[in-house]
Design a protein around this ligand. Structure first.
Ligand SMILES: O=C(O)[C@H]1O[C@H](OP(=O)(O)OP(=O)(O)OC[C@H]2O[C@@H](n3ccc(=O)[nH]c3=O)[C@H](O)[C@@H]2O)[C@H](O)[C@@H](O)[C@H]1O
Length: 406
């Protein structure tokens, strides 16, 4: 507590880099935030024990100046004790329980520290490590994979393009290769992105709309993932469900996202760059709260049908699905800043800037009829409520709570 904000300063703003889990403010780490508590709770109740595959993607060209990256190569796995831990973590508690291999525990939607505390074994590794994936499937017959590991972020793709290819394309193929050969094959639910709609101008975005005009390499890799999913479904009978997340935000979120660093910079008195389209056009996002996204993920797992293949051979047609998981109410970025000002009780220094050509699109807006009908998905958190929850978490996590959120 002696150095408020210093921890935040240490977190790289780019998503591809190591995200520090160890807060110096231990009491804050021990506090369960509702969304994560719910995730862990549902994991236990409905899914049996989940094994989390802790994914961190090492860069194709390691950056020598980044020590956190170097440390990623030192993870160990294997051996009887390790296998025992994997097995016991994945053991379903109820007879009809399912065992889910979750990738991406280093990220926002699945959180390593909290899940570890509830007894879930975290395996540290890279989804491109095929022998590790193969071993996991040898040890446990996973019925499902919740694949959240990815390189996220639209703008960072211009800085580190290969990390997107490595994680979102090569990593996905490596995972699907193991899944297709597994016996039984698992059903797979994975994170796609609203960015696949790219330059599409028809709103709200429906799953039937065109997705062949990506505006960023990130979007292109997620779109490629959807096509790859089609291939593995077609050839091998893998059951695959892609979820197009719309700008997910909330407590424990990603520091490279606008709502997160706007909060940090408003509190620091730094100026906030607010993008504007040509002719003072509004830039807006269908911001979606983390708890709603988690509910959508669980519903997708619950409704996933079994894969039909066996030992790499298709035995019949298998389920292939794509759903929008959005909030259905786009909010201009300037309104997002106004909400943050009210909640933080601090005026922002606004700097209106032309929308850079860096992969950003002008707006997103989800049509969620399909997810509502087939998954029972019904987002219930508006941006104001969600940002209040985020700010409350933020102030508590970084112990700069003088200006407490109302
Ligand atoms: O739905 C997705 O598929 C993606 O959602 C998210 O991307 P975005 O919607 O672009 O979120 P985010 O960067 O927070 O920018 C929010 C808004 O602030 C504007 N923005 C941004 C930066 C800035 O300096 N100024 C600004 O106005 C900016 O123009 C935008 O309008 C995820 O990061 C991405 O991983 C992916 O999942």
């Amino acid at each position: 507590m002696s150095k408020p904000m210093s921890h935040l300063d240490n977190i790289p703003s780019t998503p591809g880099k190591f995200k520090m889990e160890k807060s110096p403010f231990v009491h804050n780490r021990l506090r369960w935030h509702s969304s994560l508590a719910k995730l862990a709770f549902w994991s236990f109740i409905f899914l049996g024990l989940i094994l989390i595959f802790f994914f961190r993607s090492p860069p194709s060209n390691p950056l020598p100046q980044d020590p956190s990256r170097r440390s990623l190569r030192t993870y160990n796995w294997g051996g009887p004790a390790w296998e025992k831990r994997v097995r016991s973590s994945a053991r379903a508690r109820s007879r009809n329980g399912i065992s889910v291999l979750v990738t991406g525990a280093a990220g926002f939607v699945a959180r390593q520290a909290l899940l570890e505390r509830s007894g879930v074994f975290i395996v540290e590794g890279d989804i491109n490590d095929s022998p590790l994936l193969k071993k996991l499937f040898e040890v446990v017959a996973f019925s499902h994979v919740m694949h959240l590991a990815a390189q996220a972020g639209v703008r960072y793709a211009m800085e580190n393009p290969s990390s997107y290819v490595h994680s979102n394309i090569a990593g996905l193929v490596s995972l699907l290769e193991i899944c297709k050969s597994a016996n039984p094959q698992p059903a797979i639910v994975w994170a796609s992105s609203s960015s696949v709609y790219g330059l599409n101008t028809k709103v709200p975005f429906s799953e039937k709309d065109r997705t062949d005009q990506p505006a960023s390499l990130y979007a292109a890799t997620k779109k490629a993932g959807e096509e790859i999913a089609h291939t593995y479904n077609h050839i091998y009978g893998l059951s695959l469900t892609g979820l197009r997340f719309f700008t997910v935000y909330g407590p424990w979120g990603r520091p490279d996202m606008a709502y997160f660093f706007f909060t940090r910079d408003i509190l620091k008195g730094k100026s906030i760059p607010i993008f504007e389209a040509a002719n003072h056009g509004t830039v807006a996002r269908d911001f979606t709260y983390i708890d709603d996204i988690v509910k959508g993920c669980l519903a997708a797992l619950d409704t996933a049908e079994k894969s039909t293949g066996n030992g790499g051979k298709k035995k019949g047609p298998a389920q292939l699905r794509v759903y929008n998981l959005g909030n259905t109410s786009p909010v201009p970025v300037s309104d997002l800043v106004s909400i943050l000002e009210r909640v933080l009780k601090v005026n922002a220094k606004r700097e209106i800037m032309k929308l850079p050509r860096n992969g950003d699109v002008q707006f997103t807006h989800a049509n969620i009829s399909l997810a509502r009908r087939e998954l029972g998905y019904k987002p219930s958190t508006d941006l104001q409520t969600g940002l209040k929850k985020f700010v409350r978490w933020y102030l508590s996590y970084y112990s700069c709570g003088e200006k407490a959120a109302s």
